[in-house]
Write a protein that binds this ligand. Structure first.
Ligand code: 9D3
Length: 245
C-alpha cells in the first residue's frame, strides 16, 4: 500500500480528498494510507509560531525552518521504519509543471512526503536539506500548497490498481492516448432541439469507435493543436482527420 505523509498547516482541508468519491473509496480499500502532520505541533513557544519576517526585509512572511524540518524528518522516519524510501516533494510555484507522465512515475513510489506551504514561502535551508523535488500545478497564483497537494494526490490515487471501477478505467485510455475526450450523450434523444448523433444509436460498435476517434482528433486539432503536434498520427488517425466533410 502506498504510504503518503502530508505536511500542512491546514490538515482539515484534506477531508475534501479523503471523504469524497474515488479517493475516499481507494482509502477504504486500503490502496493508500494518508498521515497528516501540522508543523504547528512541532513548535516550542507559547504562541506556536510557524512563520517570521524575511531577513533582508520585504513583504510577507516565511515559514520557519525548525518546525517544518522536524515535521518532515519525523514523516520520513515513519516511512523508513516501514522499509520504504521516502520521496520528499514540495508543491511550489517554482516547481516543474505536473504532467500525466510525472503522475505515472510517482504512482510507483511506495513512500511520499508532500509539503504544502503557506505565506511567501519556506526558509530556503529546508528546501536545500530535505526536499528532493518541487512541483507546480500551473502558472497561476494560489493561496497555498494544499490544493496542489490534493490535485497531485487525486491524479496519483486514481492510477493505483483497483481505484477505478471497470467503467472508469476503460475511459482512462482517452487522455492517455494524448487526445481530448470525444463528445458524450445520454437520454433524452433530443434536448434543446439537438439530437444525439445517429451513429451512436446505430449499435454499430466499429462505426461508433471510429466516429469517437474522429471527434477526438477534430477537437484536439481545434482546441489543443500542441497535443497533436507532440505525437505521430497512426494511419487510421490520419485517414479519419483527412476525411471529414
Ligand atoms: C510573489 C511571489 N509569489 C510566487 C508566485 C509568492 C507565492 C504565491 C503563492 C508563494 C506561494 C504561493 C502559494 N502557492 C503554492 O503554494 C503553490 C502553487 C501555486 O500558487 N500555483 C501553482 N502551483 C502551485 S504548487 C504550490
Amino acid at each position: 500500500m502506498m504510504q503518503i505523509e502530508v505536511i500542512s498547516l491546514f490538515p482539515e482541508m484534506f477531508s475534501a480528498l479523503t471523504e469524497h468519491g474515488i479517493t475516499s473509496r481507494a482509502r477504504q480499500r486500503s490502496l493508500y494510507q494518508l498521515t497528516l502532520t501540522n508543523p504547528r505541533q512541532y513548535t516550542q513557544d507559547v504562541h506556536h509560531t510557524v512563520d517570521d519576517r524575511p531577513y533582508g526585509g520585504g513583504p510577507g512572511m516565511v515559514m520557519l525552518a525548525e518546525p517544518l524540518a522536524a515535521a518532515i524528518t519525523d514523516a520520513k522516519a515513519r516511512l523508513q521504519a516501514k522499509g520504504l524510501v521516502p520521496r520528499v516533494i514540495h508543491l511550489s510555484p517554482r516547481g516543474q509543471a505536473l504532467t500525466h507522465a510525472k503522475v505515472m512515475a510517482l504512482k510507483e513510489c511506495s513512500g511520499l512526503v508532500l509539503l504544502a506551504s503557506r505565506y511567501e514561502g519556506v526558509d530556503q535551508r529546508v528546501l536545500d536539506t530535505l526536499v528532493d523535488e518541487e512541483l507546480s500545478i500551473g502558472d497561476y497564483v494560489l493561496s497555498g500548497g494544499e490544493l496542489p497537494v490534493m490535485v497531485l494526490l487525486d491524479a496519483i490515487i486514481r492510477q493505483l490498481p483497483g481505484a477505478l471501477g471497470d467503467a472508469d478505467s476503460a475511459q482512462e485510455d482517452s487522455f492517455v492516448n494524448g487526445l481530448l475526450d470525444y463528445p458524450h450523450y445520454t437520454r433524452p434523444e433530443e434536448f434543446a432541439g439537438l439530437k444525439v448523433p445517429e451513429v451512436l444509436l446505430s449499435g454499430h460498435h466499429e462505426k461508433i469507435r471510429q466516429w469517437r476517434l474522429q471527434q477526438s482528433l477534430l477537437l484536439t486539432r481545434a482546441k489543443r493543436p500542441d497535443l497533436l503536434a507532440a505525437r505521430p498520427l497512426t494511419k487510421e488517425e490520419a485517414r479519419l482527420l483527412g476525411k471529414q466533410e
